[in-house]
Design a protein around this ligand. Structure first.
Ligand SMILES: *[C@@H]1O[C@H](CO)[C@@H](O)[C@H](O)[C@H]1NC(C)=O
Ligand SMILES: *[C@@H]1O[C@H](CO)[C@@H](O)[C@H](O)[C@H]1NC(C)=O
Ligand SMILES: *[C@@H]1O[C@H](CO)[C@@H](O)[C@H](O)[C@H]1NC(C)=O
Length: 360
């Protein structure tokens, strides 16, 4: 009886307030790229139209919406959607498809390198992207040269309070999503797909970022489903179905003798199917820094090779050198099948390797 009365009371009090707010308080100005000249026919270059609409959305006070409508295909060349923005939050309703140009049609094609992205979003806070859209990087022409520099599909640099959901990203020339220097981001219901033999096509590449959550997503690529690189902390991956791919990896850290740190990583309720690795930590010899407070738990494996692997000797063969310290690592609740007889592979650099807890 008490509960019923309480509910009634709360509704009675708040319902009119919420109604009032939506009527007068929150205004969101909407910018549809089609109104800025985007053709959406899959062939015309829609970069300028999307950039113009972005500038309006970014320059609006309060909240704004950028609409990339459904049932259309927008071809863009490498574009920079950059801030800082006047808008306190921007909602990108990505309902249609965005596709990359032919390989040699990228802007400044000869200057496109590993740091380039089809869509580069930088210095934007409070961005939300959703809408069941798709971005296709048309990577196959690029994969033919595995040693060449190749661009990513989408990168987020210095973006805080980011929410990305219900998005498919397909066939990136290199990593699909790069997260660099960001804080407080949630990626959910993301579908990433590239062939098992496509080179360096990481699903997510996280670097120098904190408080990043990747959840309820399907990632199948030719490299790491998620790679957690130097300068990252408080990274959570939950409900990820990974495969094919190289697993969920911390590192590689300490390449070329650099000082790298990663801590507070939680990987939970994830599955690895036909992957080259499951839970992996890889550090180069000669580096310094640490990878610590890392937990992998409730992991289901189906024909995954190297279900658990720590490789502190990635790269050079110099056992006298420094190493990145690996500590406070927990593997708990692993079940399923390995691709071969070896389930656990610990290749340690003994003087600095301490304290791994295994609870299988
Ligand atoms: C995007 O920004 C990067 C870094 O500021 C710059 O190097 C690149 O040329 C820009 N790309 C385009 C297409 O403007
Ligand atoms: C990550 O998971 C840990 C352990 O469950 C939790 O304490 C923490 O709040 C989570 N972090 C984020 C950013 O969601
Ligand atoms: C996460 O857990 C739920 C509930 O146990 C399960 O149905 C789901 O398959 C799990 N996801 C993955 C990717 O393992």
């Amino acid at each position: 009886m008490q509960i019923v009365i309480t509910c009634f009371f709360i509704l009675g009090c708040f319902a009119p307030c919420m109604f009032g707010r939506s009527m007068v308080g929150i205004q969101s100005t909407s910018y549809n790229v089609v109104n800025y000249g985007a053709h959406g026919n899959g062939e015309s270059d829609d970069s300028q139209a999307i950039l113009s609409a972005w500038k309006e959305a970014c320059g609006t006070e309060g909240t704004s919406t950028l609409v990339i409508p459904q049932n259309r295909v927008f071809m863009v060349k490498n574009i920079n959607l950059s801030g800082p923005c006047k808008a306190t939050s921007i909602h990108m309703q990505l309902e249609g498809k965005i596709v990359a140009p032919q390989k040699n049609e990228w802007t400044n094609y000869l200057k496109v390198d590993d740091e380039s992205s089809l869509i580069s979003i930088s210095d934007v806070n409070g961005l939300r992207i959703d809408g069941n859209g798709e971005i296709n990087g048309f990577g196959s022409a690029w994969w033919k040269c595995p040693s060449c520099q190749r661009p990513k599909v989408i990168s987020f640099q210095n973006c805080n309070d980011l929410r990305v959901s219900y998005l498919s990203i397909i066939d990136s020339p290199r990593a699909h999503v790069a997260i660099d220097g960001c804080s407080n981001a949630v990626f959910s219901n993301i579908n990433i797909h590239a062939p098992a033999n496509s080179p360096n096509t990481d699903g997510f590449d996280i670097c120098a970022s904190k408080y990043i959550t990747i959840q309820d997503s399907i990632i199948g690529t030719g490299d790491d489903c998620i790679a957690i690189n130097g300068g990252s902390s408080f990274i959570n991956a939950t409900g990820i179905a990974c495969g094919p791919g190289h697993g969920i990896s911390v590192g590689s850290l300490g390449k070329n003798g650099v000082h790298d740190t990663v801590e507070q990583v939680y990987v939970r309720n994830c599955s690895f199917t036909n992957t080259q690795n499951g839970a992996r930590i890889k550090t180069w010899q000669g580096g310094s820094g640490y990878a610590r407070k890392i937990t992998f738990e409730k992991i289901t494996l189906t024909k995954a090779f190297n279900p658990i692997i720590i490789d502190q000797n990635y790269g050079y063969d110099d056992f006298e050198s420094d190493a990145v310290e690996v500590s406070e690592v927990t593997f708990r609740g692993f079940e399923g099948t390995s691709g071969d007889e070896k389930a656990i592979d610990l290749s340690c650099h003994s003087p600095v390797f301490i304290n791994v807890i295994l609870e299988l």
